[in-house]
Design a protein around this ligand. Structure first.
Ligand code: FES
Length: 199
């Protein structure tokens, strides 16, 4: 609906608050984006944590042989570079991206260089080509609209996935960028260390 067709009392685009911000609501002054991110963070934590007496388990990362994947000086902000890691396999395709904004796990002088697997963890849609540089998100997925925040370790911010996008851990050595491991399970694998599924 355009602003010209809004009825009395409708929210304007600038008023992005949820119902929770109305008088009597539970979360005053929380924008819709903040509300969605809070919900996504809660879902991710529930998915990642299993309380067993006295202890919390977190997602584990798998280390693989260090592999040089790019030069920092060659990266342009917002332009993904594709690479395969830790296998030469369609489900091990990744994007290396200089986000232009600090990110969890980011490397480089601005902590904004990250890499993520591009196979949707829900049902395997290929997300390469869906990166949105204005918002630093991957998606929406063409099957069920999964969208992932690359500044926050690839957490789910919409869609059906119960797992975030697997992040490739990186190291910087001079101008050389190396992939060193994978955080979270790759789609189609029971264990990241297994042999890749047959094509
Ligand atoms: S395959 Fe991507 S959200 Fe379902």
């Amino acid at each position: 609906m355009t602003s010209g067709t809004r009825g009395p009392g409708s929210q304007t685009p600038d008023n992005d608050s949820t119902d929770c911000g109305k008088p009597g609501g539970l979360l005053p002054n929380v924008s819709r984006r903040q509300f969605l991110l809070m919900g996504a963070a809660a879902v991710s934590l529930i998915a990642l944590e299993r309380i067993i007496p006295g202890r919390v388990l977190y997602a584990q990362s798998a280390s693989f042989d260090r592999q040089r994947i790019a030069s920092l000086s060659d990266l342009e902000v917002g332009v993904p570079a594709s690479f395969s890691y830790p296998y030469e396999h369609p489900t091990a395709l990744n994007n290396l991206i200089r986000l232009g904004a600090p990110a969890g796990g980011g490397i480089g002088p601005d902590n904004d260089v990250v890499a993520f697997n591009t196979t949707c963890p829900h049902m395997g849609f290929q997300l390469a080509g869906t990166y949105k540089p204005d918002d630093q998100v991957m998606g929406p997925c063409g099957w069920h609209l999964g969208t992932y925040d690359l500044t926050r370790h690839g957490i789910v911010i919409s869609g059906h996935a119960s797992q975030g996008l697997p992040q490739i851990t990186l190291e910087l050595d001079g101008d050389d960028i190396y992939a060193t491991g994978v955080q979270a399970l790759l789609f189609g694998f029971a264990d990241n260390a297994d042999e890749p599924p047959a094509l």
